[in-house]
Structure formats: structure tokens, C-alpha cells
Ligand binder design. Structure first.
Ligand code: IVH
Length: 687
């Protein structure tokens, strides 16, 4: 039974509605709190499965009461149907751009000009608010009474597009602001972007599915925000950082400075970069530039410089604007990471699933502090779109530690004899036929595990830290093991012998023993890791975990029908079909069985990652009256965290009524139905 059962048999609709809303609110507040901890503070408070469970409970309740759905419910992040197009909206306050500084002298001149315009002595030290310049797309977000209302792109600075449905899907963006200082209307300004790693994973997935791959995280973020179907945005890893707000006069007077405003925004739950801080004078600005520059490649997202803003609002006001940029702020850009090179050859690489990826072999160049001599060209479409040919002069771009990108050089002079690249008809490794699958842009080697390239990549994937996790089994060693034909399937890893391993070059007795120890340790794994390690197409880490949790048992999974697979969270027809195909393959069945025979094991999973022996587990509570140590929401959260449910009205199905001070009619109802009543002290004891 769930929270909602009780609303069905109530004969007083108004009361039931009120109770439903109350329960919805406590679930929403709990979920929003968890999302903030996860996406903004990077500090998850509960396992994903627990989040999902409460989310589903809310969804069920909302399905029963569609008219009562709250606008800030996390289920509303993906709301309506695809749009026909975006509405044009005029910005209340124009969205300006920034002047640029490239050299130290430009920064010193900026600081000098600020002092001159403000009639301050040349030796005055100005306070600045400084932050990274996020490389994404600018967005303006309106909150009405603390609830997300509308998101508008920058557009031409005066008129932008209403992309609310897409922006709502961004998990680091609160749909409701928190705290007691939330204004009636707030227009937040910030940047939408993607983490570099998320971007790469997303691109890999796109390539796997034969869909568009994006050149860099900024393009991916911008391309996603302009999708008409919000489901696409919801499925992509967008993030948001806030760097300002278009404040009303009154608010400017009260807050006094950019830095105070940033703190206020952060306090309301808006994500603000940890790097945002204050700096004093031109020297302070330059020190910040160097500090951020040194940390640039370690940051999870791309930045293309830093931004300096005069901190005091009064002073900002005095300085005013030129053309379309404020005089009180400047962007100090990092030098571009783009260098001229030559495309010496285009080779192909064979991946784990047989996908054939063209790779550019380049005249080695130093870009972004690293020597680059090869770079992926993603797929044939990409090469044709960029019109690249062997022998061409090309630009190599590398931003931070993102994979280098090869771009056509506009000044290239092409030799008349150059030929366009085409995909090989046969795999360069195993000579099997290369085929383009229907509806996909990717080409694949049809050799399966006969192909040593596919086998090597499969074994590397299998042994990966996030899969079966065999420490010390690097890609070079896997290549050797495959080449020697000691490893023909993942199961063979568990048959490796000390006598063989020690014969390998650069493998002493100690390393051989260490490797065998790691292999021994890897035998004890989890069901989710095991499934992920198998390398089933379209089954990533999260899907593997979902499958493991749903089926709990490998035999059950292996014989599950497509329909049964479709019952799993996030598993759609493409994934279900791929899983079914994988297990229909006798060779794959054999590998699974051999792995089990070779004693690869995992603990039997519980359906939920929580102690099922807790006295609250599976029990339904009704709260009434006021408690002295907890708000109602907090008490509800504690119950839900322990696997219990909270309902709005008392019925035969209620297990406990938690009664505080001034408890009302619910207490009488509990007495008449013989439901156990807990006082706060007993409740605390049971917690
Ligand atoms: S402040 C008056 N701060 O850079 C404009 N902008 O040329 C105030 N950007 O498209 C903008 N990071 O989206 C500011 N920390 C930051 C920023 C930032 C990125 C973008 C912004 C705008 C462009 C300004």
C-alpha cells in the first residue's frame, strides 16, 4: 500500500485534497532537498534508489490527483509536449555583453579607468567581485514568489526565446527558492553548460546510437536548449551556474554589492561557483586570473577566462555603460587553444562494439600545453561535413582537457589530386565485413569477438575500475594477453596462470602475484557491476544497476522477455531489444555461465538499500498535532527514509498515528479503528 490508497475511500473531498497536498508537499520538499544536496552541494544524502522510490510515490499520488500537482514538483521538470517553436520574449532588462581583456596591461588599464571615471585617486584600491567565465550559453530565469516561472535565452540581448520547458529539466536549478528572504519577483542571470566528462559520455552514447555528436560542451548545451522536445533536454546532462541577477532599485540599495548579492543568491539555493570571490585592485585581479588559469584543466567544466566586476553597486551605477557593455565589468580571456597543423592520414579504430571510428593522424603540435598527434574524427558524416582530406592544413583545438578537435582551416590550399576519405569495406584488424546498420551513421565490424580489436576493448571494459575492477590490468597488458590468445573471453582472465604471466616481458614475480591477487579480489563483485562489465550495448552503469535491482538474479534476467525488460526503470525498446539479443547469443550465455562457474559472485540484493528490519519499514503513518522536536515535514522525511509511508487520513490501513500537541479528530478516528497511537517520545525511541 502507498500513501495514496487512503485518499480513495475518503468521503470528504475537500479534506482529502488538503491531505493529498500536504503529503505531496512533504514529498516534494524532501526530493528538492535531496536534489540540492546532490546537484548543487555535490554531497548526496541518500542512495539513488531511495530518491527513485520517493519520486515514484509522488508520481503515483499526482496521477491520482492531477489537478493538485504543485508547480515546483520535481516530476514537472519534464512537463508538456514538444513545442511548435519558441515564443519570443522581450527582456525586462537587456542582457549585455562584456568588454574583453587579453593582456595584463588591459587589466591594469581597466582598473585605472574605473578610478578615473569615479574620480578616485590613482592609488585607491578597488574591491572587485570575480568569477570564472563559464563557457556555455547565457540565460535569464524568472522566479515569482520563489517559484520558477520562465527562462529566456539571451537572443540578441533585447529579445530572447522562451526555453522554460528545457531549462526546468536542469537538476542543479532549483524550481523553488528557499529561505526567508525570497523576493516577490527575481530575475537571475547565469550560464547553462555541461561538465566535460558528462559531455564526453553523452557524445559516446550519441555516437553509439548513430546520432549527432557535438563538437564541444558549449555546442552540446546550446544545441540541447534549442530542442523543441523537453524530454531531450531532460536526458542530457545540463547544468547551471548563477553569476548575477537583474535587481530592482530597492534590492540594489539593500544588498549594496555584487558579492553580497552572490551570497544572497547562494543562500536561496541557487548554484554559485565555489570560485566566485572578491579581489582587491589590479594586482588582486591578476592573482585570481593566474590561480584560475592554473586550475583550469582540473575544473570539471570549461571556462574561457575570468570575469571582473566592480563590487559596489553605487560605484557600478556611477560608471554606467558603453554601447552594449557595462564599464564596471570586463572579461579577461585565456589565450586560445587553437594551432595550425596538417592532416597526415586518416586511420580507423575498432571499438568494443565493433564501431569503426576514423582517427586523424596529425603533424604533432603543442596545443593547450600538450603535444597532439592524433585526434578522433568521430564518424564519416563529421568528416564529410567538415570536408577534411588527407594533406589538408587543419586547425587543432583543445580546450582544457577535452579531447582535441580537428577543424578545417579556412586558408587551406588543397592539392588537386587529394581524395575524399571513405570507410573501409573490411575491418583492418580481422578483415570481417564492415556494415552500416540501418538508421545509424556508425559503421561496424561484423567480426564480434573473433575481431581482436573488439575483444581487446571488451576485456579492457570488463576489467575497468567501474566494472569488474581488476586493479593493475591496463590496456597494454590486455593487448598482450589477447595477442597471445590466452584471453579469448572475459572468463579466461580467471584462468590465467602464474607460470605463464611471469614469462611476459616486464612482468616480475611480484607483479604477476599482484595481478592474480587483484583478479581474485574481483571475483567478489556486485550484480550491477557484473552486468555493466558484460558490455551489453546500450547498457551503461546506471541501467546495469537498475536491471540488477529489478531482477536481483542473473538467471531471471537472462530469460526475461522484452516486455519484462521494459518494466525496468529507464529501459526503452532499443535497450530491451539489445539485452535480449545479447542473451540470445549462445556465446554470451556461455561466458556468463563460465564466469559463475569460475566463482564470480555477488551478495544477493535487497530490493531497497535500507534496513528492511526497521520498525517503520512498510508501515503507514498519519501525523496529527504539532511535535516539539520536529516539523511535520521533518518527521515525514524520517519515516520515509526508513521505508515507511505517510498518509493524510486515518483508515483501517493505517499502522501508526503519530500524535503531537493539540491533536484533533484523527486521534479519535484512530481510537475508533484501534490504530496504534505513538507519542513523540515513543516515536523518537523507535527512530
Ligand atoms: S557577467 C553585463 N559573469 O559571458 C554582462 N558573464 O560577454 C554581465 N559569462 O554571454 C555578464 N561567465 O553569459 C558574467 N561569471 C560570469 C560569466 C559570464 C560567462 C558569459 C555571459 C555572457 C558573456 C558576456
Amino acid at each position: 500500500m502507498t500513501n495514496l490508497d487512503l485518499f480513495d475511500n475518503s468521503n470528504n473531498e475537500g479534506e482529502a485534497d488538503e491531505s493529498a497536498v500536504q503529503v505531496m508537499r512533504s514529498l516534494i520538499d524532501l526530493l528538492n532537498h535531496w536534489e540540492h544536496a546532490y546537484y548543487v552541494l555535490d554531497n548526496p544524502e541518500v542512495p539513488d534508489s531511495e530518491y527513485d522510490r520517493v519520486y515514484c510515490e509522488l508520481q503515483d499520488l499526482e496521477a491520482l490527483h492531477p489537478t493538485l500537482i504543485q508547480t515546483d514538483s520535481p516530476t514537472q521538470r519534464v512537463g508538456g509536449k514538444p513545442a511548435e517553436g519558441f515564443d519570443q520574449v522581450k527582456h525586462r532588462v537587456p542582457m549585455l555583453s562584456l568588454g574583453n581583456a587579453f593582456e595584463e596591461e588591459d587589466v591594469i588599464a581597466f582598473d585605472r579607468r574605473v578610478k578615473e571615471l569615479a574620480d578616485l585617486p590613482a592609488n585607491a584600491i578597488i574591491d572587485y567581485s570575480v568569477d570564472p567565465k563559464f563557457d556555455g550559453l547565457a540565460i535569464s530565469i524568472h522566479y515569482r514568489n520563489g517559484v520558477f516561472q520562465q527562462a529566456i535565452t539571451r537572443g540578441d540581448g533585447t529579445v530572447g526565446e522562451d526555453v522554460s520547458a528545457n531549462v526546468k529539466t536542469i537538476r542543479s536549478l532549483p524550481l523553488k527558492l528557499k529561505g526567508s528572504k525570497v523576493p516577490e519577483h527575481l530575475e537571475v542571470r547565469g550560464e547553462i553548460f555541461m561538465h566535460k566528462r558528462d559531455f564526453e559520455q553523452m557524445n559516446e552514447r550519441q555516437a553509439e546510437l548513430g546520432l549527432k555528436v557535438f563538437a564541444n560542451p558549449r555546442n552540446a548545451a546550446a544545441g540541447t536548449i534549442r530542442q523543441l522536445d523537453p524530454k531531450i533536454a531532460a536526458s542530457r546532462p545540463l547544468r547551471f551556474f548563477c553569476y548575477g541577477a537583474a535587481l530592482e532599485r530597492e534590492q540594489l540599495r539593500e544588498l549594496k554589492s555584487q558579492s553580497a548579492m552572490m551570497k544572497w543568491l547562494g543562500d536561496m539555493g541557487l548554484p554559485v561557483s565555489q570560485f566566485s570571490q572578491t579581489a582587491q585592485g589590479a594586482q588582486g585581479l591578476l592573482a585570481f586570473y593566474r590561480e584560475v588559469g592554473e586550475n583550469r584543466s582540473a575544473l570539471p567544466f570549461e571556462i574561457d577566462g575570468v570575469v571582473y566586476k566592480v563590487d559596489s553597486f553605487d560605484l557600478q551605477d556611477q560608471l554606467g555603460f558603453v554601447a552594449k557593455a557595462p564599464r564596471f565589468a570586463v572579461a579577461h580571456k585565456f589565450p586560445p587553444d587553437e594551432v595550425l597543423s596538417r592532416l597526415l592520414n586518416i586511420e580507423v579504430q575498432v571499438g568494443r562494439t565493433g564501431s569503426i571510428t576514423p582517427v586523424a593522424k596529425l603533424e604533432p603540435v603543442k596545443v593547450g600545453g600538450v603535444v597532439v598527434s592524433s585526434a578522433t574524427l568521430h564518424n564519416l558524416d563529421e568528416i564529410q561535413r567538415k570536408d577534411l582530406r588527407v594533406g589538408d592544413q587543419v586547425l587543432v583545438r583543445r580546450a582544457g582537457d577535452v579531447i582535441p578537435e580537428v577543424l578545417p582551416f579556412p586558408g587551406n590550399v588543397r592539392s588537386a589530386s587529394s581524395v575524399a576519405f571513405d570507410m573501409p569495406a573490411h575491418c583492418p584488424i580481422c578483415n570481417s565485413l564492415v556494415r552500416q546498420e540501418e538508421g545509424e551513421s556508425a559503421y561496424r565490424c561484423t567480426g564480434g569477438l573473433v575481431c581482436k580489436a573488439q575483444l581487446t576493448q571488451s576485456i579492457i571494459h570488463f576489467a575497468h575500475r567501474r566494472a569488474i575492477d581488476i586493479e593493475g590490468l591496463g590496456s597494454k597488458l590486455v593487448e598482450v594477453l589477447v595477442e597471445k590468445e590466452w584471453v579469448k573471453t572475459p572468463a579466461d582472465l580467471f584462468r590465467l596462470k602464474f607460470e605463464d604471466l611471469v614469462q611476459l616481458e616486464r612482468m616480475g614475480e611480484k607483479s604477476a602475484n599482484n595481478l592474480l591477487d587483484s583478479i581474485q579480489k574481483a571475483r567478489q563483485t556486485t550484480f550491477g557491476r557484473f552486468l555493466f562489465a558484460l558490455g551489453i550495448r546500450h547498457v551503461g552503469e546506471a541501467t546495469a544497476r537498475d536491471l540488477a535491482q529489478h531482477f536481483g538474479d542473473v538467471q531471471k534476467l537472462m530469460c526475461a522477455s522484452v516486455d519484462q525488460l521494459l518494466e525496468v526503470n529507464e529501459v526503452g525498446p532499443v535497450v530491451a531489444k539489445s539485452i535480449r539479443q545479447f542473451f540470445d547469443e549462445p556465446a554470451n550465455q556461455q561466458v556468463v555461465n563460465e564466469l559463475l562457474e569460475l566463482e564470480v559472485t555477488w551478495p544477493q540484493a535487497h530490493t531497497h538499500e535500507m534496513p528492511s528490519d526497521h520498525p517503520f519499514f512498510g508501515k503507514t503513518f498519519v501525523l496529527t498535532g504539532s511535535l516539539s522536536n520536529y516539523s511535520r515535514d521533518a518527521a515525514a522525511a524520517l519515516i520515509i527514509e526508513r521505508g515507511g509511508k505517510v498518509s493524510g487520513s486515518v483508515s483501517k490501513k493505517t499502522d501508526f498515528v503519530l500524535a503531537g500537541e493539540a491533536a484533533g479528530s484523527k486521534l479519535d478516528k484512530a481510537a475508533s479503528l484501534g490504530v496504534t497511537v505513538l507519542d513523540e517520545l515513543t516515536f523518537q525511541g523507535m527512530l
